[in-house]
Design a binder for this molecule. Structure first.
Ligand SMILES: Nc1ncnc2c1ncn2[C@@H]1O[C@H](COP(=O)(O)OP(=O)(O)OP(=O)(O)O)[C@@H](O)[C@H]1O
Ligand SMILES: [Mg+2]
Length: 238
């Protein structure tokens, strides 16, 4: 579904990604684990077309993404849930969701169906439909950012640290929803520092350190390695 080949990204003379290759197969949740500054957001921004790679390739299905304008990438079935969520704070929950809709104004029936699916995944959003986005809690705003991405009927969703700043109970709720997205046939690339929670729901994972993939494999097997536990738990076993 998504394939990165030798992808490199630099910001001036800072090299943020150094020849990263990875694959996401249809129906998988693939984790991208890395600590601060590893290059997770850079990788997602490169896929979204927000930063220009200095070398390498990105393919989505059979399409060379680097030849497609950022807004065309949504039409190809890719949606991004960005690090800072980028909600329209003054607008209602419902309006934020409708802005994500694939068919925008044209097909009211399709929009209503997609809204119903998002509300089934996150009942809290249905209860809070008319609340302004900026007054929602952090966890609710994360649900809204994910819900908005789903309104575009994506095949692949790229998520940048959805667990950041959230209490463990809310993280479980969000990650439960990500597992249900997989059951609905949506493929997910999940960038996270929270290795413990992420590796439990992911099928496969890549560990990113200083812009390079240093380990990859089945998520649960990676979680069993001492190195991953040490990196993400400060040496304590979970
Ligand atoms: N716009 C920018 N200009 C210069 N350097 C940048 C820019 N954006 C990111 N970097 C650098 O690129 C490297 C990778 O950053 P990136 O944001 O991709 O990491 P990350 O894995 O998402 O980290 P975090 O977990 O803290 O979000 C870091 O060294 C960062 O300082
Ligand atoms: Mg980041």
């Amino acid at each position: 579904m998504l394939e990165l080949v030798n992808l490199s990204v630099s910001y001036g003379n800072i090299s943020a990604l150094k020849g990263v290759s990875l694959k996401v197969e249809p129906g998988e949740i693939v984790a991208l684990i890395g600590s601060n500054g590893a290059g997770k957001s850079t990788l997602i921004k490169a896929c979204a077309g927000l930063v220009r790679p200095t070398a390498g390739e990105i393919h989505l299905g059979g399409t060379n993404l680097l030849r497609e304008a950022p807004r065309r990438r949504a039409a190809l079935g890719m949606a991004v849930v960005p690090e800072n969520r980028r909600l329209f704070g003054e607008m209602s929950v419902r309006d934020n969701l409708q802005l994500g809709a694939y068919s925008q104004r044209h097909d009211r029936k399709a929009i209503a169906e997609d809204l119903a699916e998002v509300f089934e995944l996150f009942p809290r959003l249905e209860e809070r439909q008319s609340q302004r986005a900026m007054t929602m809690s952090g966890g609710e705003q994360q649900m809204l950012a994910i819900g908005r991405a789903l309104m575009s009927r994506p095949k692949l969703v790229l998520m940048d640290e959805p667990s950041i700043g959230l209490a463990p109970k809310i993280v479980s709720l969000i990650f439960g929803a990500i597992k249900r997205m997989r059951e609905h046939g949506i493929t997910v690339l999940l960038a996270e520092q929270n290795a413990a929670a992420t590796l439990k729901i992911a099928d496969r994972a890549y560990v990113l350190e200083l812009g390079r993939v240093t380990m990859s494999g089945k998520a649960l097997e990676l979680w069993e390695t001492d190195k991953v536990r040490k990196l993400y738990l400060g040496g304590e076993a979970a």
